[in-house]
Design a protein around this ligand. Sequence first.
Ligand code: SF4
Ligand code: SF4
Length: 70
Amino acid sequence: MATKGKITIDQGLCKSCELCISVCPEEAIRIAGALNQKGYHPAEFFKETCRGCSLCAVMCPEIAIEVFRG
Ligand code: SF4
Ligand code: SF4
């Protein structure tokens, strides 16, 4: 069975650079409709297909993503 994972994104830190979206092999991250306190549309996790690969967290320049595997 494939590894399952999930992530949390600190939406207050996100600057909407979309790097996490560009690297996610499962297309599990999208841009939210609402704005954060900084005026950016933050990234949000929206699919249970995450495999916990951590690519998104490694790419994030704001260190806004935490990955959980299990
Ligand atoms: S850990 Fe991997 S699969 Fe999961 S959201 Fe991040 S890039 Fe996508
Ligand atoms: S890489 Fe980080 S700052 Fe860029 S959109 Fe994703 S969560 Fe936001």
